[in-house]
Design a protein around this ligand. Structure first.
Ligand code: SAH
Length: 281
């Protein structure tokens, strides 16, 4: 089952440019230390703070990529460049990051410059469904929590396949539907999609099949739902604590819907989260 919720992604750009009615991205950024993705905790006793737990998830993705010195790697949906900066700090590679948000391009460039990495980092405003790159021009790619925003995942995979050289590695983290959706589960997923600009979500089997159809052999899948779900609770608590500020900038109904959807993410078994490793044939 695949849910397509929109044929455009203007709302995603608005969300990340911080010009939406609820300026969540800015709040997220300050809490999560620049990473716009979930944290990873080993177990319920693990009390690692979110800014460290989010770096852990970046590191898991980097491990899947197996970066080699001198490689040119593509960051699909690069956010404000925090994961790219971490990769560049730990590996002698080059990174090109793309984002649908113009504001993020400037922020990512500034971050790379501040870290002394500008000579190996490039960030561009581009749509992953229409990548402005020649065929076979990258040695690897990753999409850390960005695929679900893309209205046409098949098109993104076709583009990713086109710009990667043979034997390149691809690492993806994404939400998946873990079990058939009951009425209550469907309502939660619909609310999550509306709140967080999720335009495509499917079962893992459908994901793997779609990757195969675009010349990617899946080498490993890890369901890390239980390791990341605490993010929903922490984020909902954090939003609750600044609710008045959020309401002052937005509107109460929208803010409360966002807080509730965030909390529900952590408690809805149908909603899972995976890391997929694949190799381009
Ligand atoms: N990977 C980053 C950001 C995750 S947030 C991190 O983990 O910190 C999702 C990112 O996907 C945002 O940067 C958003 O602009 C980007 N994105 C969403 N749809 C996109 C599209 N169609 N093309 C390019 N980037 C897109």
């Amino acid at each position: 089952m695949t849910i397509e919720t929109s044929d455009g992604n203007n709302d995603v750009a608005t969300f990340y440019n911080g010009t939406g009615t609820v300026p969540l991205a800015g709040k997220l950024r300050s809490m999560w230390g620049g990473n716009l993705h979930l944290g990873y905790w080993h177990d319920t006793d693990d009390d690692t703070p979110p800014d460290v737990a989010t770096e852990r998830l970046t590191d898991l993705v980097i491990t899947c990529l197996e970066p080699k010195p001198g490689q040119r790697l593509l960051d699909i949906g690069c956010g404000v460049g925090k994961p790219a900066t971490r990769l560049l700090t730990t590996h002698p590679v080059q990174v090109v990051g793309i984002t649908i948000s113009e504001a993020q391009v400037d922020q990512a460039r500034a971050r790379a410059a501040d870290s002394g990495l500008a000579d190996r980092a490039r960030f561009e405003h581009a749509d992953a469904m229409l990548m402005p790159f020649p065929d076979a021009s990258f040695d690897g790619a990753w999409a850390l929590e960005s695929m679900f925003h893309m209205p046409d995942r098949a098109q993104v995979l076709a583009e990713t396949s086109r710009v990667l050289r043979g034997q390149s590695r691809l690492a993806i983290t994404d939400f998946v539907l873990r079990t058939p959706l009951g009425t209550a589960g469907k309502a939660v997923v619909d609310r999550m999609c509306a709140t967080f600009g999720i335009h495509s979500i499917s079962t893992l089997d459908e994901y793997v099949e779609q990757l195969g159809a675009h010349d990617f052999a899946v080498t490993n899948v890890r369901d890390i739902s239980d390791n990341v779900l605490r993010t929903g609770i922490l984020l909902a608590d954090a939003m609750e604590s600044v609710r008045e500020q959020l309401v002052a900038n937005g509107n109460a109904t929208e803010v409360d819907a966002m807080i509730n959807a965030t909390r529900e993410f952590a408690t809805t078994a149908e909603f899972g989260y995976v890391i997929i490793s694949a190799v381009r044939n």
